[in-house]
Design a protein around this ligand. Structure first.
Ligand SMILES: C[S@@+](CC[C@H](N)C(=O)[O-])C[C@H]1O[C@@H](n2cnc3c(N)ncnc32)[C@H](O)[C@@H]1O
Length: 244
């Protein structure tokens, strides 16, 4: 399903009454609808919608990876300026909003949770930037990111094995089509560290309700291009003897 339709009134009501507008600890120039703790809001959401088995309200928090990546984009606008960016597993839209603030030409934020899509739109409005919020599972498609995408962003999405594998395959497809890829993650269980190159690290504060510890050292990673395989019949490279 792909949807950027108007959210239901109950969705807007949950966002408005279940959160408060506050600055993001590591990125104080961005304000978001944030909750103090997840359980209460999760219960309220199930009650208000009459549905059970909903995902936790990830969208109501600025996760460590998102804070670090947003900080990086604002401090390194050259990484994003003039680019068409997408933010997958966007949650609150924090990374997408930072990309738009840092000068991206266009930003689309994807999340599978309709509440997240509504929160992204509301949060983008509060921060006076244009972000297209789309409720879709882009990871399921075996296709590359939308044509014209030259920057793929993802933060805090390596917390489940299946999701992590699908995210990584999507990032690889984006990289193979020429897009730069940036990841924010403190080292969750399924982060494919060996495939990533660290760019910067931040002590992200304000995480006690989510992580049980106030500060998490969190890294921003790039996905380098895959090394091309050396054909079997090519001569071995001896260090220091390359041309030039
Ligand atoms: C831990 S939150 C991270 C949110 C945000 N990137 C941040 O760092 O603050 C993970 C998000 O991934 C979303 N998600 C999970 N599976 C997804 C999928 N297949 N496609 C898009 N988003 C997905 C969840 O709904 C949730 O909002």
């Amino acid at each position: 399903m792909i949807s950027s339709a108007q959210p239901e009134p109950v969705t807007l009501e949950i966002i408005r009454t279940g959160t408060r507008l506050s600055s993001v600890p590591l990125v104080p120039e961005i304000r978001l609808h944030q909750a103090d703790e997840p359980m209460g809001l999760w219960q309220r959401t199930e009650l208000a919608t009459g549905r059970t088995g909903l995902d936790p309200p990830f969208w109501a928090f600025a996760w460590a990876g998102g804070q670090a990546l947003a900080r990086y984009l604002l401090d390194h606008p050259e990484a994003v300026r003039g680019r068409r960016a997408i933010d997958i597993a966007s949650g609150s839209g924090l990374v997408a909003i930072a990309a738009a603030k840092a000068g991206a030409t266009a930003v689309t934020a994807y999340d599978i949770d309709p509440l997240a899509a509504a929160a992204i739109a509301a949060n983008a409005g509060i921060n006076s930037v244009a972000v297209r919020a789309v409720c879709a599972d882009v990871l399921n498609e075996e296709s590359p990111p939308p044509p014209g995408t030259d920057l793929v962003l993802v933060a805090d999405a390596f917390y489940e094995r299946d999701l992590a594998n699908r995210v990584m395959r999507f990032l690889e497809r984006g990289r193979a089509h020429g897009a730069a890829v940036l990841v924010g993650d403190f080292g969750r269980a399924y982060l494919p560290r060996k495939r990533l190159a660290p760019l910067a690290a931040y002590d992200v504060p304000g995480l006690i309700a989510l992580e049980g510890t106030d500060i998490k050292r969190t890294t921003v990673w790039a996905l380098p291009e895959r090394q091309r395989a050396v054909p079997d019949d090519s001569p071995p490279q001896i260090p220091g003897t390359e041309d030039g």
